[in-house]
Design a protein around this ligand. Structure first.
Ligand SMILES: [Zn+2]
Length: 447
């Protein structure tokens, strides 16, 4: 593309695109959501129910999967009268959607349906449909949530984020130039290349940083090790998974600014975000239904419904992440409910050589209080062996490995080989999430 065109694009074409396509929808929705957040908790629940009723009605009328499934379950139209009724409907998993993909699409959609693929742990992507309206609303909800911590749209923002192989297309590059955004690829960041990343960070001088948790923690540890003081942004927004308090402290120390956690997934974009009062993440309950299923007060499966996606309605979709309930009302005055914390990826169940199922929590327990290890992951590719990947921290040594081996032994039994591998980093999923346990031999991973 010629330089002239680039500059014209930046000054004329893209802003026109944004004010034409984006502003009309996104900015109107943003105003709507900005107003919603100050309603009382009860008013928000009432609004959520009205939106859900409309969506359920639409599913009865137009979406073959639900009509068929509900008839099988003996549910008649009008039977779902309140949120408790809704919560008794079956949870939807990726396998079910894959098996009946076309039946989730409305027979005569009112709007065009766009598609995107989500990653699966089994490597088999899931195609989810959505309408332009639902996409614009998702962007609006994201702007609102980032804005709570000062990450307003249009501020000079650096993304430490995953990029698909082949990099960005020209539209994306132009968009970034026009809107003062820059992306550093989190997936190609290594310790060797860290000075390059830190230099790019300092050169760009972002006011806002948006990053997956793991790479920003890694960069922060490196900066502290080097004694290097980076450019100081106003806020760092961590995304996609759990942010442990120890990690928050490390990043805040390294960059000298607050770190605010947000949580989302590819299927729905932003689901919840911290406001400056913290004490949990506000859920976008005026846009989604977010349920915590099972768990008995502890970490539970996240079950999500997008109230505005009429392109491929997913009712009670389990996205494979877990969260803890709680939080109560917030001093900021927003009526949006809270979840206490996001626990991240649901853990895969592993197997021992003697045929027992070993729950992921059991493995997590074995690593508790282990010093000298920054990150870990246990992967099963064969029935009689576990591969344990470790990222060494300060004080790491053979002793750390011995301690972990003896802590894991009761879980895996005598017959299971434990193979230790020391790595510089643990690979993230394409959506930027960490997976502590991975079982590659069991059917139906958790995605
Ligand atoms: Zn708040």
């Amino acid at each position: 593309m010629s330089r002239l065109y680039e500059s014209m694009f930046r000054s004329v074409l893209y802003p026109a695109y944004e004010s034409g396509l984006m502003r009309r929808g996104t900015l109107r929705y943003l105003r709507e959501y900005e107003d919603n957040q100050w309603l009382s908790a009860d008013e928000i629940l009432a609004m959520q129910w009205r939106k859900l009723e409309a969506l359920l009605d639409y599913c009865w009328e137009h979406v073959p999967y639900y009509r068929g499934r509900w008839r099988e379950l003996g549910i008649e139209r009008g039977d779902i009268r309140c949120m408790e009724d809704y919560a008794s409907l079956p949870v939807l998993g990726k396998d079910e959607i894959r098996a009946h993909a076309d039946d989730f699409l409305p027979r005569r959609p009112a709007q065009a349906i766009l598609f995107k693929a989500t990653s699966g742990s089994t490597g088999e992507p899931l195609r989810v449909g959505f309408t332009r309206e639902s996409y614009e609303r998702r962007i609006a909800v994201m702007y609102r949530g980032y804005g709570w911590s000062g990450g307003h749209h249009g501020r000079r923002t650096l993304y430490l984020w995953g990029q698909p192989a082949g990099g960005m297309g020209w539209k994306e590059r132009m968009y970034q130039a026009a809107f003062q955004r820059r992306t550093l690829n989190a997936f190609t960041m290594t310790t060797e290349r860290m000075p390059e990343y830190a230099d790019a960070f300092d050169r760009f001088q972002p006011r806002v940083v948006v990053s997956y948790v793991a790479p920003i923690v890694r960069m922060a540890r490196w900066l502290l090790d080097q004694g290097r003081v980076p450019h100081r942004p106003e806020v760092i927004l961590s995304a996609a998974e759990a942010l442990h308090e120890g990690e928050r402290a490390v990043v805040e120390q390294a960059f000298g600014c607050p770190v605010q956690n947000t949580y989302g997934c590819r299927e729905f974009m932003l689901i919840a975000a911290e406001c400056p009062h913290r004490g949990g993440l506000h859920v976008n309950a005026d846009h989604l239904v977010v349920e915590l299923a099972g768990g008995n007060g502890g970490a539970a499966d996240l079950v999500v419904t997008d109230l505005h996606n009429y392109g491929m309605p997913l009712l009670r979709y389990a996205n494979g992440d877990m969260a803890r309930p709680g939080g109560g009302s917030c001093a900021c005055g927003r009526g949006l409910p809270k979840i206490a914390s996001v626990e991240g990826r649901k853990l895969d169940v592993l197997q021992s050589a003697d045929g027992r199922q070993v729950f992921g929590e059991h493995i997590v327990y074995a690593f508790l209080g282990t010093s000298g290890v920054d990150q870990w992951q246990v992967v099963q590719d064969a029935p009689d062996a576990w591969d344990v990947y470790l990222v060494p921290g300060s004080g790491f040594g053979q002793e750390s490995i011995d301690r972990i081996a003896s802590a894991l032994r009761p879980a895996c039994g005598e017959g299971t080989a434990l193979r230790f591998h020391v790595r510089e980093a643990i690979a993230l999923t394409p959506a930027g999430k960490r997976r502590p346990t991975i079982n590659n031999i069991a059917a139906g991973g958790t995605g």
